[in-house]
Design a protein around this ligand. Structure first.
Ligand SMILES: *[C@@H]1O[C@H](CO)[C@@H](O)[C@H](O)[C@H]1NC(C)=O
Ligand SMILES: *[C@@H]1O[C@H](CO)[C@@H](O)[C@H](O)[C@H]1NC(C)=O
Ligand SMILES: [Zn+2]
Length: 527
């Protein structure tokens, strides 16, 4: 690192010639050939984008002092128990999206952005989670949910069953030896309240990891099971599992979309669409029958008017399918993730034994699949607001908050854009070998390469303006793809110091169980 300063000074006072860049990189012991591929924009190198206060080394020494002081105040290996555990899951949220969202957050406040910080980034402990699944280098949301909720790595597409089960094998998924339990069930057995909150459907892969046992994540309702050639009376669909089986039937909070999976085709749901079930069962009536004082809500107004103290449990189904992306949603009709989080915590905090709740920002993944970075980052900022709210309304002395992602997405922040370059825009400081500028964010695979008829890249200035623009990608595919690098973990509250280092994803629920004294493994209370 010491070499960098003289190099930057050198660049700042010279028009950069290729030979100079080569010379500089030879100092860094790069080969001549590699060096010739590295170019910096003269503007950026000349300091045109440098905030003046940052030219003073003291600026950086002060930040370092603060960071040291913060770390010296950390509770060292506290023996405190976590009465409550809140797990926040950003679906398909790679570190690159976290960084980009942080920049967007700052830029929405008219700052350059890079210096900004997301709520969970100020949590005292963080680490990395290794996301591969038993049969997959790059995972899906089902095998990862099984890892971070049931504590076992399994095969891709499996939910709540071990890797002895193969895709769509009903028989294997029925074998008790292959069926797993989740931290939601462990928490219920310890007398705690439990709940799930998602912006996808209640039967989507991530929240289902808390209650479902299924050899195919697509078995959301009986019609889905049948469509995969499986007998729906033997292999029970996930919506039915949620309403009628342990631990789902004991959830005191269930918020999300996916109302259609609970209703027969002959009935219109509260959002005007027909149900999806072929067995004629109205699972929402069934749920009501099982919970005298249970309350069902289907829109924001009903949610916010709810009296949480008189409801024994609450089911909220706010759309027929996935909930709407925050930027597109009717804000008077669909609650935000923060509003869902607030009501969920209020309800679950009524139990003196504490609670476990799983809260998912599920549309980060969906928007990344669309390769619409604007939507993905907006969803990520909604997610970080909900985390801030959760930290604000809970006691840091008794509530552990763990934030992580299930897997990444193949999005990169590439090139050498200057400080403060709009994160969703074009990098004006670099161009490809034909002189065409490129965007700051790019996906490895996706629907839009933005090439002209001769296969040349086209300028993006007029394309990347709107928030819903499709971000360029390199490999033509229908939708964007997951990525296999590690994801982050951020933790705050009792036992948060456990969440450091590089860990296997399936270790996460065991650490949360240790901290909250649930399950059959080691517990902080037993020590
Ligand atoms: C940022 O600047 C724009 C244009 O000057 C202004 O309309 C907006 O209110 C500002 N936003 C903030 C958060 O200061
Ligand atoms: C399903 O799993 C069982 C083991 O439980 C196995 O005997 C059977 O061959 C599997 N079926 C298929 C189609 O793989
Ligand atoms: Zn995905």
């Amino acid at each position: 690192m010491q070499l960098l300063l003289p190099i930057l000074v050198l660049l700042a006072f010279s028009g950069i010639t290729l030979s100079r860049v080569k010379e500089v990189h030879n100092v860094l012991e790069l080969t001549g050939q590699r060096a010739s591929r590295l170019r910096f924009s003269t503007d950026v190198a000349k300091g045109k984008y440098t905030p003046p206060e940052e030219m003073d080394p003291q600026f950086w020494y002060n930040i370092a002092d603060e960071e040291i002081a913060k770390r010296l105040q950390l509770p060292q290996l506290s023996t405190k128990k976590a009465k409550n555990v809140i797990m926040f899951l950003g679906d398909g949220m790679p570190i690159s999206s976290v960084t980009a969202a942080r920049i967007l957050k700052g830029q929405r406040q008219n700052k350059t952005g890079e210096e900004s910080l997301l709520s969970f980034e100020s949590f005292p402990y963080s680490g990395l989670s290794r996301t591969y699944c038993s049969n997959a280098q790059v995972p899906d949301s089902a095998c990862t949910a099984t890892a971070y909720l049931c504590g076992v790595k399994t095969n891709i597409i499996n939910l709540g069953v071990s890797a002895a089960v193969n895709f769509n094998n009903c028989t294997a998924s029925q074998d008790p030896a292959n069926r797993l339990t989740s931290i939601a069930e462990w928490s219920q057995n310890a007398g705690k309240s439990t709940g799930i909150v998602t912006t996808t459907t209640l039967t989507h892969a991530s929240p289902s990891g808390a209650y479902a046992k299924s050899a195919n994540r697509m078995w959301e309702c009986d019609t889905d099971v049948t469509s995969y050639g499986v007998d729906a009376s033997t292999c029970i669909d996930m919506a039915t599992q949620l309403v009628t089986q342990t631990p789902g039937k004991n959830f005191e909070v269930m918020f999300g979309g996916g109302m259609g999976k609970f209703l027969p085709k002959t009935i219109k749901d509260s959002h005007g669409k027909a149900g999806e079930r072929s067995d004629g069962v109205n699972l929402l009536s069934r749920w009501q029958g099982l919970h005298d004082k249970g309350v069902m809500v289907t829109n924001r107004k009903q949610l916010l008017n709810l009296d949480v103290s008189s409801a024994s449990s609450i089911i909220g189904v706010f759309q027929s399918g996935l909930m709407d992306l925050h930027m597109d949603a009717d804000a008077t009709y669909q609650p935000t993730l923060s509003e869902l989080t607030e009501v969920a915590i209020k309800k679950l905090s009524q139990n003196d034994n504490g609670y476990f709740v799983f809260i998912e920002g599920g549309l980060i993944d969906i928007a990344n699949h669309y390769t619409q970075a604007g939507y993905a980052l907006d969803e990520l900022l909604e997610f970080e607001k909900a985390i801030q709210l959760a930290r604000d309304i809970t006691d840091i002395e008794d509530t552990l908050i763990v934030v992580t992602a299930d897997h990444g997405h193949a999005v990169s922040i590439a090139g050498y854009p200057g400080r403060g370059t709009p994160i969703l825009g074009v990098n004006h400081h670099d161009a490809d070998i034909n002189g065409v500028k490129y965007s700051v964010l790019n996906y490895a695979a996706g629907p839009n390469q933005y090439l002209d008829e001769s296969g040349q890249r086209i300028p993006l200035e007029d394309i990347l303006g709107p928030d819903n623009a499709i971000t360029p990608s390199y490999i033509p595919t229908e939708i964007g793809v997951h990525s296999g690098e590690d994801v982050g973990i951020w933790a705050s509250g009792p036992q948060s110091h456990l969440f450091t280092g590089v860990m296997q994803q399936h270790t996460i629920p065991h650490l949360m169980a240790y901290a909250s004294c649930v399950g059959s493994g080691k517990k902080v209370c037993g020590n």
